[in-house]
Ligand binder design. Structure first.
Ligand code: ZN
Length: 395
């Protein structure tokens, strides 16, 4: 048991200074001036921190991704320490372009491993390609049979790396995800990788117009990757759709017109988009391939989960978005959209996923996941099985 005493708390709504009592991996009480018997639990004075909900990163290539520049460009798996340092206590794993040398089974195993190591994990079934076979043979079966599967993705549209699905093929993917989601009580979200192609969101708009599938079944990601897609995203979100920003980037992308997530958040709010329709994800461990106009690979970088909160912090410090607003895109919004029960909030009954921030710099100083300290005062307390050497040498 743990009592965080007198800590300035964002639930993500501002709750002022309060005490947070944690037991059995859950938050038991959030209340100022809690009295507990001596020796009842570990009492930690929290007045030097801000407490915010543990972050949810809804799009991470847990077992690596990439490979668009050949085998040597396949990216490595997520290191537990990156998630802990980035305050990410819940991750949703996905595959990417390559669903041949990477498999749903491998992704599920990696997700289970990270869960054993302290994180909360979920996965999308499928990869860029349509039709989707998934793990058990169909999207619907995967949603119903495999606990960790919460939707399908990332399936690719408007991209030279997509399998160029037809309207019927893509509507079928969405229908299966919806049916599987309804029957399993899960979100059944279709996580859609949006490429740079000029078709943009056109196929999604057509599916909304010509089928009964609701607009909220889709979570198009990389919405900030170019100015045209970003503008389409504003219209999509104002019409009730959801949009997901990708926080990992490289300077070359920004120079070519990618909208920095922090600035994009500000711009969408100014354009009248409801904050509830926006999420950030890192695209962690995904490759950041830089193609020229002819589709030739110029260079390749790698996404980092630590970019997730870095962009939220920039939104607050550089773009003037209130912390309680900016936090929603990595806490309460993904929890609600992805139906992650007990996640994304500091409240009695919620999972005890808490990130502690320095109030002046908003630097992450502590990470608690399901009631367990993974990082405290900047020191990693938990390490991956194969991250060798004393924890103190890994900083
Ligand atoms: Zn993608």
């Amino acid at each position: 048991m743990l009592l965080l005493r007198n800590v300035d708390t964002f639930t993500p709504a501002p709750a002022g200074r309060t005490d947070i009592l944690i037991a059995g991996g859950r938050i038991i009480r959030v209340e100022a001036g809690l009295s507990v018997p001596d020796g009842f639990c570990d009492v930690v004075e929290g007045s030097r921190w801000l407490a915010v909900p543990g972050f949810i990163d809804g799009h991470v290539h847990l077992m690596g991704g990439g490979g668009e520049g050949g085998y040597a460009t396949r990216t490595p798996e997520l290191a537990l320490s990156d998630a802990i340092r980035g305050g990410v206590t819940t991750v949703v794993g996905c595959l990417g372009t390559d669903g041949v040398t990477r498999s749903g089974e491998g992704l599920l195993a990696k997700a289970r491993g990270l869960e054993e190591e302290g994180l909360s994990t979920f996965i999308y079934t499928g990869y860029y390609a349509v039709p989707v076979q998934g793990i058990t043979g169909s999207i619907e079966r995967d949603l119903l049979i495999i606990d960790k599967v919460i939707g399908v993705g990332e399936v690719a549209l408007s991209d030279h790396r997509s399998t160029q699905p037809t309207f019927d093929q893509f509507a079928r993917v969405a229908a299966e995800a919806r049916r599987g989601g309804l029957l399993s009580g899960k979100a059944g979200v279709v996580n859609v990788h949006m490429g740079d192609g000029p078709r943009g969101l056109a196929l999604l708009r057509r599916i909304i117009a010509e089928t009964e599938i609701p607009v909220t079944q889709f979570l198009p990601t990389h919405i900030n990757r170019n100015p045209a897609l970003f503008e389409e995203g504003i219209a999509w979100a104002k019409a009730g759709g959801l949009v997901d920003f990708t926080t990992s980037t490289v300077p070359a992308f920004l120079a070519e017109g990618e909208v920095k997530s922090s600035t994009g958040l500000r711009r969408m709010l100014d354009a009248g988009v409801n904050i509830a329709h926006m999420t950030f994800t890192s695209d962690g461990q995904g490759s950041l391939p830089d193609f020229d106009a002819q589709g030739k690979l110029r260079g390749i970088g790698i996404g980092r989960v630590t970019s997730l909160f870095a962009e939220v912090r920039d939104a607050v410090q550089q773009d003037g978005v209130p912390l309680a607003t900016a936090l929603q895109v990595i806490t309460s919004n993904p929890a609600r959209i992805l139906k992650l029960k007990g996640k994304g909030q500091i409240a009695a009954g919620a999972d005890a996923d808490v990130v502690l921030l320095d109030p002046s710099t908003l630097a992450i100083t502590g990470t608690i996941a399901r009631g367990r300290w993974l990082m405290r005062d900047g020191d990693l307390l938990v390490k991956n099985t194969f991250e060798l050497g004393p924890v103190s040498e890994q900083k």
